[in-house]
Design a protein around this ligand. Structure first.
Ligand code: SAM
Length: 279
């Protein structure tokens, strides 16, 4: 068996040896080519001084790329216990640099894992990817515990994250991520890059927190955007009724006959700030 670039066994052998056949329920679409995982890791920028938080290391392809690229420390949270013995081997190869936590990312307090400058890098399970992103974007303390997030999503979700007003994909996710971060699609990967291949293309999104997002309560902004886009074809004076729309529109001077998709992030912030003490 020929060793890989990093002297560890090839990922296909790891999968075979530890019986890591992908489970759909866990959103398992593995990247087995270390050149591709290297490309994802590089999209995160320099890692030498950083703790990297990874969700779902699986058989360890991206984890290995992060370590090969010199990440100071990787903390990886994996729910599938079958993967743990494979990750122990990676940890032994990079003494003191990889910590694997067995557990559910949805129950993990990520801010407690950050140590020194921290980046989040992950090929996220598609079924919980959006939920995790929204949690990281709405973290109460700002600037947040991470310097950047480099995350793999289905292409359609990536488009919603980076969408601007008037884009078909513009919605609550675009407002939240555009409000607090600068988000860009770094590159796409075709289904065949993964084992097993998913149905759709994937994209790596890179998000960098803004130093000073416009001040507004996260909860208020969430409720206003949700109401506005919940009935996106309706005029704002109709869709915002449940959140006191008439008063919000009057106070901001925003025309109630407009639709949600035409509003800039600053306009959503203005609507959500009505009646709030100025920060
Ligand atoms: N990082 C690996 C790669 O790139 O090949 C695997 C990525 S795969 C798309 C998603 C990984 O997330 C799987 O290993 C899966 O077991 C794990 N996972 C799924 N749900 C999880 C959860 N709630 N908490 C932590 N890990 C989870």
């Amino acid at each position: 068996m020929a060793a890989s670039l990093d002297g560890l066994p090839p990922l296909r052998d790891v999968i075979e040896r530890f019986g890591l056949q992908a489970k759909k329920a866990l959103g398992q679409n593995f990247l087995l080519d270390l050149n591709l995982t290297g490309k994802v890791a590089r999209a995160a920028g320099p890692l030498h001084e950083h703790t990297v938080i990874e969700v779902g290391p699986g058989p360890g392809g991206l984890t290995r790329a992060l370590l090969m690229q010199g990440a100071k420390r990787v903390v990886a949270v994996e729910r599938d216990e079958r993967c743990l013995p494979a990750l122990v081997e990676v940890s032994a190869h990079y003494p003191g640099r990889l910590e694997v936590l067995s557990g559910d990312a949805l129950k993990t307090d990520f801010s407690a894992l950050a140590e020194g400058p921290t980046k989040i890098v992950a090929n996220l399970p598609y079924n919980i990817g959006t939920e995790l992103l929204v949690r990281w974007l709405t973290t109460p303390n700002w600037p947040p515990f991470y310097d950047s997030m480099t995350l793999m999503f289905q292409r359609e979700v990536a488009e919603r994250i980076v969408a601007s007003p008037q884009d078909d994909a513009y919605g609550r996710l675009g407002v939240l991520s555009g409000w607090r971060t600068e988000a860009k699609i770094a590159f796409d990967l075709p289904p065949q890059a993964f084992t097993p291949p998913p149905k759709v293309r994937s994209s790596v999104v890179h998000l960098v927190p803004r130093a000073k997002p416009l001040p507004v309560g996260v909860g208020r902004l969430g409720r206003v955007t949700e109401a506005a886009f919940g009935q996106r074809r309706k005029m704002l004076r109709q869709s915002l009724k449940a959140v006191g729309g008439e008063a919000l529109l009057a106070a901001t001077g925003i025309d109630g006959t407009r639709r949600a998709e035409t509003l800039s992030i600053a306009e959503f912030v203005a609507l959500a700030s009505v009646g709030e003490p100025r920060a």
